[in-house]
Design a protein around this ligand. Structure first.
Ligand code: SF4
Length: 144
């Protein structure tokens, strides 16, 4: 996670789906061939990871275009207004999906760890600055 904060702060694509705005390209293949969304979505609500697809009848491209996963292709536009205007959004990405779900507005909420994410990202960026980091990609403004 720390390496990804460094990478994303430097304008490099990260490697984990918990940070950044790049669309994730991961699905889970169950042992019976069922294609599902990532396992962690199961903590959100019953059936959250269920797509109704399987490897015998659908392609992975079809899975990534599934309505339940499509919102993850829209980057910043799919986030809560608070996140869209946050100066750390390119690094934070609005938080991990299970951490920002609500029954009222789905995934359009700031992460429940918003304050912690802000602290961690700013701490890492502050440390990088002390070592001569070029902060072209980082903002110094405060989140809303
Ligand atoms: S730090 Fe908070 S407001 Fe900013 S993008 Fe992350 S969750 Fe959203």
């Amino acid at each position: 996670m720390l390496e990804d904060i460094v990478a994303l702060s430097s304008g490099v694509r990260g490697s984990v789906e918990t940070l950044g705005l790049a669309p994730p390209t991961s699905v889970v293949i169950e042992s019976d061939g069922t294609i599902e969304g990532v396992d962690t979505l199961r903590s959100v609500e019953e059936g959250a990871s269920w797509l109704g697809l399987d490897v015998f009848n659908q392609s992975f491209d079809e899975a990534l275009r599934h309505p339940k996963l499509m919102h993850r292709q829209y980057g910043k536009a799919a986030l809560a207004e608070q996140c869209q205007s946050c100066p750390l959004v390119d690094v934070c990405g609005g938080g991990y999906l299970p951490h920002r779900f609500s029954t009222g507005s789905g995934y359009r909420n700031p992460s429940v760890y918003c304050a912690d994410l802000e602290y961690l990202i700013r701490h890492v960026q502050g440390s990088l600055r002390q070592h001569g980091w070029d902060d072209t990609y980082a903002s110094t403004a405060s989140p809303p």
